[in-house]
Design a protein around this ligand. Structure first.
Ligand code: RB5
Length: 145
């Protein structure tokens, strides 16, 4: 199950991603908003809590730039949120960072690109190995704060 959420800026992009990737068999838990103006940190919090509770394996967050969502999501212990706008970074944030949330900007990306990036994010596996040690160092920072 993939959690997906947006603020009012990202509603159309969210719908386009759900429509395109449902056809490929992905199942989505829609965390809103359906169109009502809302505050992006609230949506980021609901989505991150679903992931941390183990109800969803990954999440996709969309706001105007993707920046607010990524700042908010990265406040949660255990969430590794990546702002994605190109295919190389999107692939490598899965391979090397094991990012569990991707953030995108509805006002900075076209819908076709956003769908392609979401597909890369959802189909690329973490490489592990030396990269796990680096994630463990991030976890150690989280536990010290
Ligand atoms: C909302 O207007 C806008 O601030 C928000 O979507 C986002 O871009 C914040 O980072």
């Amino acid at each position: 199950m993939i959690a997906i959420g947006c603020d009012h800026a990202g509603v159309e992009m969210k719908k386009a991603i759900i429509e395109a990737l449902s056809l490929q068999g992905f199942e989505f838990m829609d965390m809103g908003t359906d169109g009502e103006p809302c505050d992006y940190p609230d949506v980021a919090a609901s989505l991150c809590n679903e992931i941390l509770a183990g109800h969803c394996e990954k999440g996709i967050l969309i706001c105007g730039t993707g920046i607010g969502m990524s700042i908010a999501a990265n406040k949660f212990k255990g969430i590794r949120a990546a702002l994605c706008s190109d295919s190389f970074s999107t692939r490598f944030t899965r391979l090397h960072n094991d990012a569990n949330v991707m953030c995108m900007g509805a006002r900075t990306l076209g819908q076709g690109l956003a769908i392609e990036l979401a597909e890369i994010f959802l189909t690329t596996s973490f490489e592990g190995g030396r990269h796990q040690r680096r994630l463990d160092l991030i976890t150690a920072i989280e536990n010290k704060e």
